[in-house]
Design a protein around this ligand. Structure first.
Ligand code: GLN
Length: 486
């Protein structure tokens, strides 16, 4: 039962072939069986989830597509009365008094919250290794990372420890783990889904989206969580289309651009081949393929890291041991400034400290013009380039990660190598557009199958089209159906 997609489970729940209780129980048993190897969850709400399921069963109303569907939530979404840590020691014991808008929407839709899953600390990272609490493993090869920062979400979906999960994508954190774990991951247009109650990394980049087993499921979840929110002024008052119906249309004549700047020297040869094969499949399905050029791509990493670290340094300022978070017990901290410094030194991990130092530097009076302001201008140019390309093509198809899922520990000591992994995901966040990660095949290393995904990119508010392309691709392929042996 735990292998079901949302769409399949919904049909069975509605037909009363299964109950929400049975489904939740099956998923909880699956979690018990595989968690020792995967370590995706930071907090498991076993009893509470079963109680939620019983309530839904008693009501007996399964008309809403998420009623009775068990979900895992990335541990940066505030959940009322349930510990929410951001995978940071500084919030180790934080219990929010309110729900983030998206969690509230899921609850209202009848979804069953299974628990909170691991992430890089405050979502800063690409491997989930910067978490203060656990190292999540890739279910396809437990010696490798699941990607990040939504690595807990991706691993939980891939190992069937939930029917879907929520993630966040600031610079690739939904798409890259989806690629590493062979799930579907939707990075929405900035402003499509409310960020209210989700811990900020870089507020002008952060986006909210699901990791699912299929593109159809991603469409179902988006319908439930999208829309304007008075509590988040950056959400846009735009009608939420019936994504799950629109994706049923075929893609004959869809113009797919292939950006040549994503096929650079250094890209893993298996990644390149799998991406090109997937594009050929789209062509066979009736799409028109055209090579396009996005020359600003090479500046994306530098621009992205300058801007997000600047925003992060201000967002992290609120954790000072007084207003929020861990307060030092060190008797040497006597004055207020000492309490701040000690609490933050003890509470934050290395990657967050790096962000604060880099960001404070680029925002300082002497360097602001040279770094922050320049990067902000380049961001505008990146966005312009995407706007222009979407006048010629409907969507783009591109690789997600230049490398295969790497070994745990491989990049930890080399932050620059870790940042370069994001070369193909960060431009999309600079432009504020949408992207869908879908499984596209498997590479082989030392006789192990390693997942490779591709991303379908769309213009702002083009979710309907990328979900349709993804769904149609999945009707013609079976990569998304393959399961890790765990
Ligand atoms: N790895 C990137 C970073 O650390 C992206 C993270 C994210 O999307 N949250 O900035």
């Amino acid at each position: 039962m735990y292998e079901l997609t949302i769409a399949q489970a919904h049909a069975k729940l509605q037909a009363k072939e299964i109950s929400a209780y049975e489904l939740t129980k099956a998923v909880l048993e699956r979690i018990k069986a595989v968690e020792p190897q995967v370590e995706a969850y930071l907090t498991l709400l076993e009893e509470d989830a079963l109680k939620q399921a019983q309530k839904i069963d008693q009501k007996g109303d399964f008309n809403k597509p998420l009623a009775g569907i068990p979900v895992a939530i990335k541990d940066v979404y505030c959940t009322k009365g349930v510990k929410t840590t951001g995978a940071s020691k500084i919030l180790e014991n934080y219990v929010p008094p309110y729900d983030s808008t998206v969690v509230k929407k899921l609850k209202d839709a009848g979804a069953i919250i299974l628990g909170k899953v691991n992430t890089d600390e405050f979502t800063m990272g690409s491997s989930t290794e910067t978490s203060a609490f656990a190292t999540t493993k890739n279910p396809w090869d437990v010696t490798r990372v699941p990607g990040g920062s939504s690595g807990g979400s991706a691993a939980a979906v891939a190992a069937d420890e939930c029917l879907f999960a929520l993630g966040t994508d600031t610079g690739g954190s939904i798409r890259q783990p989806a690629s590493f774990c062979s799930c579907t991951g939707l990075k929405n247009t900035y402003g499509r889904v409310s960020r209210y109650g989700v811990m900020s990394y870089a507020s002008s980049f952060d986006t909210i989206g699901p990791l699912t087993k299929t593109a159809e499921d991603a469409a179902i979840v988006l319908e439930a969580i999208a829309g304007v929110d008075p509590k988040d002024a950056t959400t846009v008052d735009k009608k939420v289309p019936k994504y799950s119906q629109l994706i049923q249309n075929d893609i004959k004549g869809l113009k797919i651009g292939v950006p040549r700047d994503f096929f650079i020297k250094g890209i893993d040869s298996q990644v390149e081949k799998i991406t090109r094969d997937a594009i050929d499949k789209f062509q066979k399905m009736g799409a028109e393929i055209e090579e396009v050029s996005l020359p600003m791509t090479k500046y994306a990493i530098a621009t992205y890291y300058l801007l997000v670290k600047a925003e992060a340094s201000t967002n992290m300022a609120r954790y000072d041991g007084i207003k929020y978070g861990h307060t030092t017990q060190d008797p040497k901290a006597k004055e207020l400034a000492d309490i701040y410094a000690h609490s933050r030194t003890e509470g934050f991990g290395d990657e967050v400290k790096r962000a604060i130092m880099m960001g404070t530097y680029t925002l300082s009076a002497g360097y602001y013009d040279a770094y922050y302001l320049k990067a902000a201008k380049v961001r505008t140019l990146v966005k312009k380039e995407y706007d222009e390309v979407f006048e010629k093509v409907d969507v783009l198809a591109a690789p997600i990660s230049p490398v295969l899922p790497f070994k745990i520990g491989e990049n930890v000591e080399d932050p620059l190598a870790m940042y370069l992994v994001d070369a193909f995901t960060t431009p999309i966040n600079l432009a504020g557009i949408c992207g869908l990660a879908i499984p596209a095949g498997f590479a082989e290393e030392n006789a192990k199958k390693l997942p490779v995904g591709i991303q379908i990119l769309g213009p702002q508010f083009g979710e309907e089209t990328i979900l349709r392309a993804g769904h149609q691709f999945q009707l013609h392929t079976d990569y998304h159906l393959q399961k890790p042996v765990i």
